[in-house]
Design a protein around this ligand. Structure first.
Ligand code: NAD
Length: 445
């Protein structure tokens, strides 16, 4: 199948590369010339494991990047819209979706044959049918459902695991205005025959994405609230509590063989310094806002966000318990990205923590295996000494804050032992055993 993908951010580039890998002919479109040039020379615009190899394998054969959206639409059977939908505090910002819808509509005007336009960006329920479809009709002068199809196919990939998630999907949601749209969209996913497919209308497809992210964010804030209470009561470790909770067989079923299944979902029940990234905070806030607009305030989800906003403070409270005045004290930050496997800093809990440390005049060293370049764009005031290794970052410090679950940080106790040092460790992710260092503080203890 010939496929065009508009937008080469996380979702666009990963979808484009993977769809080429499963046999489609793909053109990735972006209006950023530098990104297009990079992709065409097999340089990935984002850090994501395995992406470079796949890009190198397919670029110039089944995959290319271009700025020519009209030509890509005319020469393909199906176009995915994968541009950003940032949240502006009130509504999701649809300017990029609207702009590409206009351009795709205009391209459809001169195209013979049936084409399908599919929204892959995360948009609130109603957007595909009530915003994208009318623009496509207006700019093409054609009729949706007759001359072209309009679909919605939310993306569930997780940054850091994006290629694996796209290639081994847990479900594929195929939304469309009619069966013809859904069938054409299903052709794009024919190389995934054993994956559960959910065939629905566009609004339902849009809602499945928001409901999924809201549930996961709710689990995180739930376990953080329980963890915070454990800390206040004292003598309880939230990890032990949740280990007891998740053994409920409705979470972790016991098979007839006696073997127990521990779903990944249970990792969302571990206390920590909060969720971040480009999706959970934005999507939950956008759904709350959409709820208000349609007269349904989302009380539970408002609390989910409120709890999350307080979690970075939990880290700082533990640090200040030992160092009430931080000025002049040496603090090492391990991990800046919102989670391991990505250089994405968007809404990372490390942002407010680092900003508070800088404001308090702490002497700051920081290390993240891949996110330092992104971090420098955010912490423009400076005040941070970026290091190249864990060893360098923690040498001679008074305290270490562990903020991202990078597996290599598990070496910290050994490194401190070699250095003959015993700084305070505030483990914002509960990555390390609490007896692994001399002075340990963690969320939920
Ligand atoms: P992004 O901001 O990383 O990338 C968007 C891309 O679109 C950029 O490269 C930009 O240059 C390009 N673009 C903008 N306007 C354009 C135009 N007029 N023509 C051509 N290209 C244009 O976005 P992202 O993180 O990939 O997210 C895209 C959508 O997918 C969002 O709605 C997001 O919520 C959703 N989503 C993201 C993730 C994730 O993990 N990042 C996961 C699932 C869903």
């Amino acid at each position: 199948m010939k496929i065009s993908v508009v937008g080469t951010g996380y979702v666009g580039i990963v979808s484009g590369v993977c769809l080429a890998d499963v046999g489609h002919e793909v053109v990735c479109i972006d209006n950023n010339a530098a990104k297009v040039d990079d992709i065409n020379t097999a340089k990935s615009p984002i850090y994501e494991k395995e992406l470079d190899e796949l890009l190198q394998r397919h670029i110039g054969t089944r995959l290319k990047a271009s700025m020519d959206l009209p030509q890509a639409v005319v020469e393909s059977d199906l176009t995915f819209i994968a541009v950003g939908t940032p949240f502006d505090g009130d509504l999701i910002d649809l300017q990029y979706v609207k702009q590409v819808s206009k351009e795709i509509g205009a391209a459809l005007k001169g195209k013979d044959g049936y084409h399908v336009v599919v929204v892959k960006s995360t948009v609130v329920p109603g957007t595909t049918d009530e915003v994208v479809l009318p623009i496509l009709e207006e700019f093409s002068g054609k009729k949706a459902g007759v001359d072209f199809g309009v679909g919605m196919n939310p993306e569930f990939l997780r940054e850091g695991e994006a290629i694996g998630d796209f290639m081994n999907p847990d479900r594929i949601v195929l939304g469309g205005i009619d069966d013809q749209t859904r069938e054409k969209l299903a052709e794009a996913y024919a190389p995934f025959p054993s994956t559960d497919k959910v065939m629905v209308n566009n609004k339902t497809a849009e809602m499945i994405k928001y409901a999924s992210n809201s549930l996961l964010a709710t689990l995180i804030s739930f376990s953080n609230e329980i963890g915070n209470l454990c800390s206040s009561i004292g003598g309880i470790d939230a990890l032990d509590v949740m280990n007891g909770v998740i053994l409920d067989k409705r979470f972790s079923p016991i098979l007839e063989t006696g073997e127990r299944i521990k779903p990944v979902m249970t990792t969302y029940l571990e206390a920590g310094c909060g969720f971040g990234g480009s999706c959970f905070p934005k999507d939950v806030k956008a759904l709350i806002s959409h709820g208000v607009n349609v007269g349904d305030p989302m009380r539970l989800l408002k609390s989910v966000i409120e709890i999350n906003q307080h979690q970075p403070k939990q880290v700082m409270d533990r640090l200040r318990k030992h160092y009430p005045e931080l000025a002049g004290y040496k603090v090492a930050v391990l991990g800046l990205a919102f989670k391991p496997g990505t250089d994405d800093m968007r809404e990372s809990p490390a942002i407010p923590i680092v900003q508070e440390l800088v404001a308090a005049n702490a002497v700051l060293t920081a290390y993240d295996p891949v996110a330092q370049e992104e971090a420098q764009k955010i912490f423009i005031e400076g005040g941070i000494d970026y290091c190249d290794s864990i060893e360098q970052t923690v040498a001679g410090v008074d305290a270490v804050l562990l903020l991202t679950r990078w597996p290599e940080f598990k070496a910290l106790p050994e490194i401190l032992k070699e250095q003959g040092a015993s700084p305070l460790l505030v483990d914002g992710r509960r990555l390390l055993p609490k007896d692994s260092v001399e002075s340990y503080e963690g969320i939920g203890i």
